[in-house]
Design a protein around this ligand. Structure first.
Ligand code: PLP
Length: 423
């Protein structure tokens, strides 16, 4: 049985290069994180070989006694972590968790009310080309032009007008906390289900540093790989009375065999997420985002026509507003890439530029907080970013900034045990 490096040098070389990229650059894509080695160990385990259609104790395959233990651990831990009545840990991804939750509670043609993609929503909240836009009748709510916060008056007006069967609260690009109680009140006004997609901020919720949607929502979906810091995957939490419908919507409704190796890794991640160390890391994540927002609101940045959407952040990311800058989202992303900082450009609400170019950057702190960054390091990162976006990025400036990035990366080595190992 050959090592990857021997059997497939092409793939091995690319994986090794990716390890080096992650180690030597600053990862600030808001939806990314670094999974602990124990999570990757579980994910790379022999559990990948096992078919286990069904649920613990009720499988359609033999030999499931050990994967049953693993899946039950994942279920029990995630329920305890979020105080949920029921949990399904099988969705392969966040998109599949959302598809299954909708499949469980809606019929094709039903109306859903979700946040517009262009205003920070996710594809699965009703985008035209997504399953959600094709299967359901979609009505979109927005952020207000005045303060760029979700307009709850519009949510209520649209709910009364269109009487959706489900209201979806949650976002991919938004820097404020949502008012879950108000969403619940609005859903109750029209007899709608409330689904909260907490994919982005689940880690903050687990740490008690963000309001929890669980007491308010009928169903809460999440990914496990963003602020939660686990393997790529999805989870559905729900009230007990919906558990049966949701389980059958995941399997056999949406998926075949669950990925038990990933479920094992989810179980490990939920164990980590219940620790004081995790809470402290989420605090550094939030502190880092605030430090970044403050720096990008300073006079020198404002003079360059650059600002921060909503004037700050309450979560793990900052949305940079380039609408009044000569720099567009693509150019800003490229500048940061050139000095070793990875972010993604993002359309901002009321964006005058086309989506492929856009007028925004989404910059997140979870991965660097996992690496060990605290306020001191985030101040330095923030200053590097501010300089890169405001000064002319000559070769000399780029070299200087790249050196500062390299120094930060070297201060907090990532996966050092993998260097020279057969990854
Ligand atoms: N929900 C939200 C709010 C997201 O931001 C994302 C991912 O970007 C997803 C769902 C989808 O997750 P996945 O990429 O695992 O399908």
């Amino acid at each position: 049985d050959l090592e990857l490096s021997e059997l497939d040098p092409d793939v091995h070389t690319a994986v090794t290069a990716e390890l080096h990229r992650q180690q030597s650059t600053l990862e600030m894509i808001a939806s990314e994180n670094f999974a602990p080695s124990a999570v990757m160990q579980a994910q790379g385990s022999v559990l990948t070989n096992k078919y286990a259609e069904g649920y613990p104790g009720r499988r359609y395959y033999g030999g499931c006694e050990h994967v049953d233990v693993v899946e039950q651990l994942a279920i029990d831990r995630v329920k305890a972590l979020f105080g949920a009545e029921a949990a399904n840990v099988q969705p392969h991804s966040g998109a599949q968790a959302n598809a299954a939750a909708m499949f469980a509670l809606l019929d094709p043609g039903d109306t859903i009310l979700g946040l517009d993609l262009a205003h920070g929503g996710h594809l699965t909240h009703g985008m035209r080309l997504n399953y959600s836009g094709k299967l359901y009748d979609v009505v979109a709510y927005h952020v207000r032009e005045s303060d760029l916060c979700v307009d709850m008056e519009e949510v209520e007006r649209l709910a009364r007008q269109h009487r959706p069967k489900m209201i979806v609260a949650g976002w991919s690009a938004y820097s404020r906390q949502l008012d879950f109680a108000e969403f619940r009140r609005t859903a109750d006004l029209v007899g709608a289900y409330l689904m909260v997609d907490m994919a982005h901020f689940a880690g903050l919720v687990a740490a008690g540093l963000h309001p929890s949607p669980v007491p308010y929502a009928d169903v809460v979906t999440t990914t496990t790989h963003k602020t939660l810091g686990g393997p790529r995957g999805g989870v559905i939490l729900s009230k007990a009375e919906l558990a049966k419908k949701i389980n059958s919507a995941v399997f056999p409704g949406q998926q075949g065999g669950p990925l038990e190796h990933v479920i094992a890794a989810k179980a490990v991640a939920f164990k980590v997420a219940a620790t004081e160390e995790f809470r402290e890391r989420q605090q550094r994540t939030l502190d880092g985002a605030r430090v970044l927002a403050d720096r990008l609101l300073a006079d020198d940045v404002r003079d360059a026509g650059i600002s921060v959407l909503t004037g700050g952040t309450q979560v793990h990311l900052v949305l940079v507003d380039l609408r009044n800058s000569t720099l567009d989202g693509q150019q800003a992303e490229d500048r940061l890439h050139r000095i070793g900082i990875t972010v993604n450009r993002n359309a901002v609400p009321f964006d005058p530029r086309p989506p492929m170019v856009s007028s925004g950057l989404r910059i997140g702190t979870p991965a660097l907080a996992t690496r060990g960054f605290g306020t001191t390091e985030f101040r330095e990162v923030a200053d590097i970013i501010a300089t890169a976006l405001t000064d002319e990025l000559t070769d000399d400036v780029a070299v200087e900034l790249r050196d500062r990035v390299a120094a930060l990366a070297a201060k907090f080595p990532l996966y050092p045990h993998l260097n020279g190992a057969s990854v």
